[in-house]
Write a protein that binds this ligand. Structure first.
Ligand code: SF4
Length: 360
């Protein structure tokens, strides 16, 4: 399989040109065609000599992603499904700005990006974990999602959340290579502070990422304020319990200036007691973190339910009373399987690539 141009760093492309005996400025022209003009074929790079275009085609693919389908929802959230070279699928979700946070007229767009095919972490509320882990995505497959979403929508993506399929910190090497392409001045050039990595709580990698020089934001999928509640729904908590996780977050705070975010999916009768809210508010205050409360999105094959709206508001109120910034998100894309991994799961089960998930 030829490497994709969307995964090659400017330095590596320059080195390839040098080795091939081509002038160095051609590398910059190609970067311009790929990342700024967003062409969909090497033949469209019209200022390159035809012989060079042929040579390029012998050594590279343009993209690692083949667009499969787009689902749109009433609130203009769009979900893109991409086919990979090995027949597997990943998805990205383009989400319009939340008017409650950014004002009715905001046209900001956030893209939710996948980092792996499947996921090994098995959070019990999550479609991505249902079929287990297959493989890491490479840099072209991760950064290519942003480029493809901009090509398909014709819109600029303003911010990214690595919150789609997979545990991004379990694929740190490729993730950082993709981030270099997403933020690089010759490539996509999106500011690092507009990137949020969401993790289920991989302690060693949180500490490693804290040393990374860019001001990337971190969000923790917490979903339980105590070990007892959290490990019912997040097996990762057995390996890195709440106290160890918070110790790594203190370390993060000692290295970074951006506020941490604690993500908390509210699941009826599982983690939504007001006692959990009180403990969560103490954690958040100690860390200076804000909290995103997300009423659970029903996942086919799973039995969890979202709590009544009044109860979600009561949970939020406990946090607010403690002085914690707590957003209660009416989740976008509720009607298009927006919980991570659901579209890909449907596609792969319908094609018989993976068996239909059993209930648990
Ligand atoms: S929530 Fe994230 S870490 Fe957990 S199973 Fe889903 S994709 Fe994996």
């Amino acid at each position: 399989m030829l490497p994709a141009l969307t995964g090659i760093s400017p330095e590596k492309l320059a080195a390839w040109f040098k080795e091939s005996g081509e002038p160095a400025f051609r590398a910059d022209q190609i970067l311009e065609w790929v990342w700024k003009k967003k062409v969909t074929s090497i033949d469209a790079m019209t200022n390159l000599p035809a012989a060079l275009r042929e040579k390029l085609k012998e050594s590279f693919r343009l993209s690692a992603l083949e667009h499969s389908t787009t689902q749109g929802s009433a609130d203009t959230t769009r979900k893109f499904l991409f086919r990979l070279h090995d027949g597997r699928y990943v998805e990205s979700v383009l989400i319009p700005a939340n008017p409650a946070l950014y004002g009715e007229k905001s046209d900001r767009r956030t893209l939710c990006v996948s980092s792996q095919v499947g996921c090994a972490y098995g959070c019990k509320f999550c479609a991505s974990g249902l079929a287990g882990f297959t493989r890491n995505l490479d840099a072209a497959e991760i950064a290519g999602q942003v480029l493809a979403a901009e090509q398909l929508s014709g819109e600029r993506v303003d911010s990214l959340v690595f919150m789609g399929m997979g545990e991004p910190l379990a694929n740190l090497e490729h993730l950082l290579a993709a981030i270099a392409l997403i933020t690089g001045p010759k490539t996509l050039h999106l500011g690092a502070r507009h990137l949020t990595i969401s993790t289920s709580g991989l302690v060693p990698q949180i500490k490693q990422l804290a040393e990374h020089p860019q001001q990337i934001r971190l969000a923790i999928s917490l979903h339980g304020a105590t070990d007892e509640v959290r490990q019912q729904i997040m097996p990762v908590n057995k390996k890195w319990p709440v106290a160890e996780l918070f110790e790594s977050l203190n370390y993060w705070n000692s290295k970074k200036t951006q506020k941490l975010t604690l993500e908390y999916i509210l699941i009826n009768g599982i983690n939504d007691s007001l006692e959990q809210a009180a403990i969560l508010s103490r954690h958040a205050r100690r860390l200076g973190a804000k909290v995103n409360l997300i009423p659970y999105n029903t996942v086919e094959g799973l039995e969890w339910k979202r709590p009544p709206n009044a109860h979600c508001r009561a949970f939020q109120e406990v946090l607010k009373q403690a002085g914690v910034t707590a957003n209660l998100r009416l989740e976008k894309g509720h009607d298009i399987d927006a919980a991570c991994g659901q579209l890909r799961l449907k596609q792969e089960t319908s094609e018989g690539i993976i068996p239909a998930p059993a209930k648990r």
